[in-house]
Design a protein around this ligand. Structure first.
Ligand code: THU
Length: 131
């Protein structure tokens, strides 16, 4: 799967986004080494703080299906003018399982940029930090 195809999978998740409060749909697509892709969308709630981001939806789907140590690339797609980089909570959740993950952040015009999670969350706190 190419980076472009993974970003398109993330954009396709906008159709399932539940974002009546922010009106900001976000989609995510998480690629594993064997080619499996876990997708997600943001799911908001009338109790605003209970909302979950698209990235964490995809993460929870992957972990709960037995994929937690084989992630290669995560694509995130927003509709804004800025690239949709993951929020702090998502960076931390992702770091637990894949500190070296590649992250593709797309914006409304379909273009995207790439970074490593280790760049987005330098000196992160992970499982090794508890040793
Ligand atoms: N959101 C995501 O799903 N992922 C991000 O990377 C940024 C923010 C969602 C949360 C909320 O539903 C909406 O976008 C506005 O913050």
């Amino acid at each position: 799967m190419t980076d472009q195809e993974l970003v398109e999978r993330a954009f396709a998740m906008h159709q399932f986004s539940y974002a009546p409060y922010s009106r900001f749909p976000v989609g995510a697509a998480l690629l594993c080494e064997d080619g499996t892709v876990f997708t997600g969308c943001n799911v908001e709630n009338a109790a605003f703080g209970s909302a979950i981001c698209a990235e964490r939806t995809a993460l929870l789907k992957a972990v709960s299906e037995g994929h937690r140590d084989d992630w290669t690339t995560l694509a995130i797609a927003g509709r804004g003018q800025d690239y949709c980089w993951p929020c702090g909570s998502c960076r931390q959740m992702l770091y637990e399982f894949a500190p070296d993950l590649r992250v593709l952040a797309a914006r409304g015009d379909g273009t995207f940029q790439e970074a490593l999670l280790s760049e987005l969350l330098p000196c992160g706190f992970g499982p090794k930090s508890l040793a």
